[in-house]
Design a protein around this ligand. Structure first.
Ligand SMILES: Cc1ncc(COP(=O)(O)O)c(C=O)c1O
Length: 395
């Protein structure tokens, strides 16, 4: 049988990147004592008040169809939140509610770009971005994010890759997998290029609330000079420890959301009113759980740095936000993939190969910060032992 070209464009861009994670889960299911540091699930439960609100709304019959854009109460709560954040008056017509950041990005890219266009995106990058861009039919043009610049995207690297086909500058701040946070200076320099070349800026801000002490989150959407060309995506998955509810949104100029609406309606025709009620409650006040997560994740990142950095030539990057840290294992002579697979088999520690996040992270691995300190410490002991063993063999 024949299949659509999209299936070929996406082949290899989906589950294959998560193979070590899947293998770790199956080993765990067979009873192996695996320390699972692959994916980024929040380390706390969804706040009971939010679950109570979802239940209340279900009991109150909030189970009918919604509309394509989102429930009015949630749109109003989003408008209030982003008006406060930006200092401008942001209207409910500047949002569309979608099931998570992932779906929002899918709809956003379908609205902004397509075959023949180029999307500039950092490398390393979150594992689904290549698939998102390929699904739209556009081509991903990778902008290297370098450790010596704290993995923050540099305007000069972007400028060198802009062509007449460039349509979108795709940012992710705070960044997964590196935990880099773009500075006001970075945003101004990148924004100037977007203005000069008439580009859209798409800013994935799903980790906005998981910024560590000392770092400062800045969004291009908050800069009035960039607001008419910026689209933000976010959700309650990380900030409210609620990934399973699949509740997210995009924000942008009203003209953009008007264009996006038929795309969203075609995909879903509305999301769930009871989840919208819960989300509206969650985003109307500071998250009960985000600050605690940020504090714990920062502490664990520091712990990993203290345990592994410099040990036998290993280098640990210091994240400024998010749920992960990245470890340079080039000194072992192994690729990130070989390291992650052998570490799982030989020491029962599961980490993600850097290669799953782009060629720039070959020879690195990503470590999740979402387990208890004691388990992280034990994982570091095993990683150090395994790395030393590889280096002895190589010597
Ligand atoms: C950078 C980034 N964007 C988007 C997502 C997906 O988030 P959501 O659960 O809101 O779809 C993730 C999840 O890990 C992520 O790390």
């Amino acid at each position: 049988m024949k299949y659509a070209a999209i299936t070929e464009r996406l082949a290899g861009l989906g589950g294959a990147k998560w193979e070590v994670h899947a293998r770790a889960k199956s080993l765990q299911a067979k009873g192996a004592p695996v320390i699972q540091l692959t994916i980024g699930e929040p380390d706390v439960a969804t706040p009971p008040a939010l679950i109570a609100e979802a239940k209340r709304a279900m009991d109150a019959g909030r189970l009918g169809y919604s509309n394509g854009r989102g429930e009015p109460a949630l749109l109003a709560a989003l408008a209030k939140r982003y008006s406060k954040r930006t200092g401008r008056s942001i209207g409910p017509d500047q949002f569309c509610c979608l099931p998570g950041t992932q779906t929002s990005l899918y709809a956003v890219l379908l609205t902004l770009t397509g075959p023949g266009d180029e999307v500039l995106v950092g490398d390393p990058l979150y594992a689904t971005y290549e698939g998102l861009i390929a699904a739209s039919g556009a081509e991903a043009v990778k902008v290297p994010l370098r450790p010596e610049h704290g993995f923050r995207m540099q305007a000069a690297d972007v400028a060198a890759r802009i062509t007449p086909r460039t349509r979108v500058l795709f940012l992710n701040t705070p960044h997964n997998p590196t935990g880099a946070v773009l500075t006001a200076h970075d945003i101004t320099a990148l924004g100037a290029l977007a203005i000069q070349h008439d580009l859209w800026i798409v800013s994935d801000e799903v980790y906005e609330e998981l910024v560590f002490a000392g770092a400062h989150f800045v969004s291009p959407f908050d800069d009035p000079a960039l607001a008419d060309r910026t689209v933000v995506t976010a959700s309650i998955s990380k900030s409210h420890a609620a990934p399973g509810f699949r509740s997210g949104w995009c924000a942008g100029p009203a003209e953009f959301t008007a264009r996006l609406l038929p795309v969203a309606e075609t995909m879903l025709f509305g999301n769930q009113p009871f989840i919208a009620d819960m989300t509206a409650l969650g985003i109307s006040a500071p998250s009960e759980v985000a600050q605690g997560m940020a504090t714990r994740f920062a502490r664990r990142a520091a712990l990993i740095h203290a345990k592994l950095h410099g040990d036998n030539g290993l280098r640990v990057h210091r994240p400024e936000a998010g749920m992960f840290t990245v470890l340079d294992i080039n000194a072992t002579g192994l690729s990130g993939e070989a390291f992650a697979n052998r570490l799982l088999d030989e020491e029962h520690v599961a980490v993600m190969p850097g290669e799953s996040f782009g060629a720039a992270l070959a020879g690195w691995v990503r470590i999740s910060l979402t387990l208890d300190d004691a388990l992280i410490e034990e994982a570091c002991n095993r990683i150090a032992r395994f790395a030393a063993h590889c280096m002895e063999k190589a010597a």
